[in-house]
Design a protein around this ligand. Structure first.
Ligand code: ATP
Ligand code: TZP
Ligand code: MG
Ligand code: MG
Length: 271
């Protein structure tokens, strides 16, 4: 994938300012809204079942996140997804903590089965648990697994029938045939809560401006990872608090030149 194309998609997000409807968790709501603003998108959070269909209809993308799920919210997510599907609005799903409790696992499976999802973005354990693979999870953090993450992404994409992005030190993005690997990012991202959740919403912003979903997804991950690397370099002497703030700055500042210079993306098997 051409880095110049990725940079163009980032510029497209900034130019068109897509509305991203998020039904997300209480931990990350504010960070997600600020991250989307920094990137150049427009966030909206709307959760009531009485309004989600209308909101999803006018959005550029719908992002569903089960981080602090409850039955009412799950009902609203299914209504929102139905409206998004009917109106050709891409739906991104972040299965936070799937595998940690039965309610989360069953809800995640119900969502991918009953709605047409464009991208599922999560850690390896969450994705593995959705498709019934054995992978331990600790709360909402990826636990230990012995499988090959690239193969897991491919298998999950085939079984769920959508793009699957498994993130971590390396990110694997698959449509069930082709698998990309993105090697941007920084380990300090694991010390700030919500960096995975915000990334899922950023995937939504890119999917709103790029119909080719796998291209949108890879572009989001590269842009996000490069911004994180720049923020980490700026705040090296400090800690995760300074990084969190600088990361918002860099989501706004990261340039086409930075993407072309620092972006790292390959296709498995033909690098
Ligand atoms: P988890 O709960 O397992 O942390 P998550 O939902 O927070 O999962 P991550 O996998 O942490 O999602 O992904 C968020 C971002 O952090 C991605 O851009 C990913 O590439 C990056 N990232 C995660 N771990 C590392 C790491 N060790 N080194 C570099 N980047 C990382
Ligand atoms: N608990 C429930 S949701 C949540 C926590 C800590 C946030 C998870 O965010 P992320 O982006 O997956 O680290
Ligand atoms: Mg993380
Ligand atoms: Mg997560």
């Amino acid at each position: 994938m051409e880095l110049t194309q990725i940079a163009k998609r980032l510029e497209q997000v900034r130019k068109t300012n897509p509305l991203v409807h998020n039904i997300t968790n209480v931990v990350v709501t504010n960070f997600t809204a600020n991250g989307l603003y920094a990137l150049g998108a427009s966030p909206v959070m709307a959760y009531a079942k009485e309004e989600v269909a209308e909101m999803a209809k006018i959005a550029g993308a719908l992002v569903l996140n089960i981080g602090t799920l409850n039955p009412k919210e799950v009902e609203a997510m299914l209504i929102a997804a139905e409206s998004a599907n009917a109106n050709d609005v891409p739906v991104i799903f972040d299965p936070v903590g799937a595998g940690a409790t039965t309610f989360r696992t069953e809800t995640a499976r119900k969502i991918v089965k009953s709605a047409k999802i464009s991208v599922v973005r999560g850690n390896a354990a969450e994705i593995a648990n959705i498709i019934g693979e054995d992978w331990t999870i600790r709360g909402v953090d990826a636990g230990e697994g012995n499988g090959d993450v690239a193969s897991l992404a491919k298998k999950a994409a085939q079984e769920i029938g959508c793009i699957v992005a498994i993130t971590g030190k390396e990110d694997f993005i698959s449509d069930g045939e082709k698998t990309y690997v993105v090697r941007n990012g920084h380990s300090i991202l694991t010390k700030v809560t919500g960096t995975g959740c915000l990334l899922s919403s950023v995937v939504g912003a890119f999917a709103a401006v790029e119909k080719d979903t796998i291209q949108a997804c890879v572009s989001a991950l590269v842009s996000y990872g490069v911004a994180a690397e720049m923020a980490a370099a700026q705040t090296e002497a400090n800690g995760p608090g300074s990084f969190q703030i600088e990361f918002l700055n860099q989501l706004a500042k990261v340039s086409s030149e930075d993407i072309v210079k620092y972006g790292s993306v390959g296709t498995l098997g033909e690098e």
